[in-house]
Ligand binder design. Structure first.
Ligand code: NDP
Length: 487
């Protein structure tokens, strides 16, 4: 199977190769075979991309918001037309099941681009009446923004970063994760076909060093990264030297609180979606499932019955629920956490090891896994695993639930399952998280801001909120009366 792009990078409206750059492979996680070989960008190509972005941004920002919106709208339509091709590519690059990538990846990217296309036409400031005149505010683009992506939702992340950036009149240089480099190039093609001026959206391939170069480059005004907490801190440190704006979408260890009065079947569905979708490789996953003691046994029984029915297999088969993990490194990491859970004394309720798939013996498949009798201090309950490993913990009452849910440095998301409306809102207010779902989990419609508190991040993606992270406010004071000088 091959998915070799025309060239490794997309700069100034065209594919370009950088023959001096070190080669690296993109692998199909279900077989371990190489599907494409690309080259890292050298500093010379980064300079070219910066120059192209500078020119492109000036042209793009001079267009009206309505004109920018029309280009973005065409890009969203093209993305929907190409959904099948993009889904196949994303499945090859990430190993995620095709039944997911068909509905969740390019499709959510298109929704995002369409949403910001509409907002591009509606950028506005404020009018502030003053005693001797008035002031107004202009929301102006930042200039050149860098986007740095993780490997779990490659085209979605590229869309979530580029759509609001472009809507505000910025240019973007996007660096996908080296593990999943392919679909961002397709997004660049789509933008170009939709009429985006050359240089406004560029894709450079590379590893951490390229991310670091983007984060510290003086010509770049903002950097938005989706990745681990450690990477986020490094990006913020590098960005500080040139006082860049930053958006950090980082990791989590989010709680799901299941109260005894909850619809248990719905809560089980939420826990399954919030732990096993995308083979558990989702930052907002609710990996600490706190269940009120009186319903814990019933919850675990229902959960394991459904977890055992999950179909692991060929990610290109539409019947498959769970594909492999993205890489050998992630596979080793997740298996090590499964072993740690057993060693730390948690009870293995189901799963717990590698999964064998006939015909795909070299794939990085693992079983959906549930640990019960988990203590808060165990590594499996405290550290982000980024694989299909759920910890079930129990509690008594709201105060205990909230104290333990908040006893973490992370704060990305939380879920609350209860039929008591007042309790739902009480808990939503008390839980330390950027996003709270009530009787649902892991739904991220583009209209809703998304991002973390505490070490899970800074800034928000999606929603109108995102516009404020890709623009800067200029205040204009206008005097309408005489201005007296005191001397
Ligand atoms: P990493 O933090 O390893 O990498 C993220 C991106 O940053 C990659 O493109 C990586 O490049 C790049 N990078 C690495 N080092 C640096 C550096 N010093 N400066 C700038 N960029 C750098 O994360 P993963 O790709 O492993 O993704 C998994 C993590 O992402 C998880 O912790 C998860 O929680 C988080 N995540 C957060 C989400 C959110 O919205 N909050 C959503 C999805 C994931 P390369 O890969 O080429 O090394």
């Amino acid at each position: 199977m091959r998915a070799q792009p025309q060239a490794s990078h997309y700069v100034d409206g065209a594919y370009v190769e950088d023959p001096e750059g070190a080669a690296f492979d993109s692998l199909y996680p279900a077989t371990g075979e190489t599907i494409a070989t690309l080259r890292e960008a050298t500093p010379g190509l980064l300079d070219r991309a910066i120059e192209a972005a500078r020119r492109g941004q000036a042209e793009w920002a001079a267009m009206s918001g309505g004109e920018r919106g029309r280009v973005l709208r065409r890009a969203a339509d093209l993305m929907r037309e190409k959904n099948e091709e993009l889904s196949q590519l994303e499945t090859l690059d990430t190993g995620k099941a095709i039944q997911e990538t068909r509905v969740a990846d390019a499709a959510s990217g298109a929704d995002c681009i369409e949403y910001f296309a509409a907002l591009a036409a509606d950028m506005r400031g404020a009018h502030i009446p003053l005693p001797n005149g008035f002031a107004y505010t202009r929301h102006e683009p930042l200039g050149i923004c860098a986007g740095i992506g993780a490997w779990n939702y490659p085209i979605q992340i590229a869309s979530w970063k580029s759509a609001p950036a472009l809507a505000c009149g910025n240019a973007m240089i996007f660096k996908p994760s080296e593990v999943t480099p392919l679909s961002a190039l397709k997004l660049a093609e789509i933008y170009a076909e939709a009429g985006l001026p050359a240089g406004v959206f560029n894709v450079l391939q590379g590893k951490g060093a390229l991310g670091a170069a983007l984060s510290s480059h003086p010509a770049i005004a903002k950097v938005s990264v989706t990745g681990s907490v450690g990477t986020g801190a490094r990006v913020m440190g590098a960005a500080a030297e040139t006082t860049k704006h930053v958006t950090l979408e980082l990791g989590g260890k989010s709680p799901i609180l299941v109260f005894a009065d909850a619809d248990l079947d719905a809560a089980v569905s939420g826990a399954i979606l919030g732990n096993f979708y995308s083979t558990g490789q989702i930052c907002s996953n609710g990996t600490r499932v706190f269940v009120e003691k009186s319903v814990r046994a019933a919850f675990v029984e229902k959960l394991c019955e459904r977890a055992k029915a999950i179909r692991i297999g060929d990610p290109l088969d539409p019947q498959t629920h769970l594909g492999p993990l993205v890489s050998k490194a992630q596979y080793d990491k997740v298996l090590a956490y499964m072993a740690a859970g057993r060693e730390e004394g948690a009870t293995l309720a189901c799963g717990g090891g590698a999964a064998k798939v006939e015909g795909l013996e070299n794939g990085w498949f693992v079983e959906p896994t549930v640990f019960t009798d988990v203590a808060d201090a165990m590594r499996i309950a405290a550290e982000e695993i980024f694989g299909p490993v759920m910890c079930v913990l129990d509690f008594d009452g709201e105060d205990e639930a909230i104290a333990r849910a908040n006893a973490t440095d992370f704060g990305l998301a939380a879920g609350i399952y209860t039929r008591d409306l007042s309790r739902a809102h009480r808990m939503a207010a008390r839980v330390e998280a950027g996003t709270v779902w009530v009787n649902a989990y892991n739904l991220t419609p583009v209209e809703m801001p998304f991002g973390g508190v505490k070490r899970s991040g800074i800034g928000r993606e999606n929603g109108r909120e995102a516009l404020s992270h890709y623009s800067q406010v200029k205040s204009v004071y206008v005097a309408t009366g005489p201005e007296e000088a005191p001397y």
